[in-house]
Design a protein around this ligand. Sequence first.
Ligand SMILES: NC(=O)c1ccc[n+]([C@@H]2O[C@H](COP(=O)([O-])OP(=O)(O)OC[C@H]3O[C@@H](n4cnc5c(N)ncnc54)[C@H](OP(=O)(O)O)[C@@H]3O)[C@@H](O)[C@H]2O)c1
Length: 329
Amino acid sequence: MEYRRMGKTGLQLSALSFGSWVTFHKQIDDSISDELMGIAYDHGVNFFDNAEVYAGGESEKMMGRVLSKKKWDRTSYVLSSKAYFGWRGKENKPNQSGLSRKHLTEACNEALQRLQTDYLDLYFCHRPDKSTPIVEVVQTMNTLIQQGKILYWGTSEWSGVEIMEAHRVAAEYKLIGPNMEQPQYNLFERNKVEKEFLEIYKNVGLGTTIWSPLASGLLTGKYNDGIPDDSRFHLEGFEWLRDQWVMQDKIKRVQQLGALAKALKVSTASLSIAWCIKNPNVTTAILGATKKEQLIDNLTALETLKLLTPEIMEQIESIVETKPVQPEW
Ligand SMILES: NC(=O)c1ccc[n+]([C@@H]2O[C@H](COP(=O)([O-])OP(=O)(O)OC[C@H]3O[C@@H](n4cnc5c(N)ncnc54)[C@H](OP(=O)(O)O)[C@@H]3O)[C@@H](O)[C@H]2O)c1
């Protein structure tokens, strides 16, 4: 495993990490999540990602049960949660979501209970909250750090301007600003990581714990010939995600990536994940998996990374370039 500093902090994260969105509780039970987390940990993964909203709190509970059974040294891994959406879905009352001091504090306490831990290493604001003053967010995160309940705080899907505003407020009040952002990043979603955040990496430092490195599985090639029954895009309630990704233009590019992967004797998934961590501004790519074989395949990305010469990177670029693909007629 390779370990990378999270932005300008002293914390080291494994370049590949493991998360629980969609999978824990909805698709996999305690025994599979136990097996997958075990495989990840044995391969050197030291960061496990979660959020209050995943499976309405059940994902944190499942990870907490697995961790308490594993009895791994707590100092050997990094655990996260995120707050904003609440966990009650449509039943959320006022103050049970958002980034107010009340919700951030209560969500943190609940995450600690569900994950059966004394502290979260990383605590994210899962989305920006335009109705809470940024000073309240920064003060609350700073307080949670002082209380020892969290070690680092960060953002997810915030704009560069919003992140910099949090830093401005933190500097003004002499508080601790955000150290990491969790953006989506994959071969089809690149703007924030590659353009918008460039000045932030340079000027204040920003670790990135990127999500959906496989565009929810699209970049494995599993959707090239339709939607398999046992896949994420077949799940009830995830039609919006399927419709966002399964498009002829994208499938065509995934097929071309598949041909390149075949020539390199690696899987399309491994190639796609390796491409993500080739970017030095990516601290870690969070993997998701429902099956042991998927995770083992994805963990080969570190080996595949060695194959990404400038020529191969250029070939990948010419496949995914955003110009529309030539129509076939
Ligand atoms: N901050 C945020 O807003 C946010 C949003 C989303 C995710 N996240 C985090 O990022 C993590 C990863 O996101 P993600 O799950 O969307 O990642 P992903 O890698 O894009 O998709 C993972 C899914 O693709 C399929 N898959 C993975 N490897 C495969 C392989 N080798 N062969 C075939 N199918 C494979 C599996 O689904 P099926 O088997 O069901 O098809 C798996 O659950 C999440 O767990 C979460 O911690 C954060």
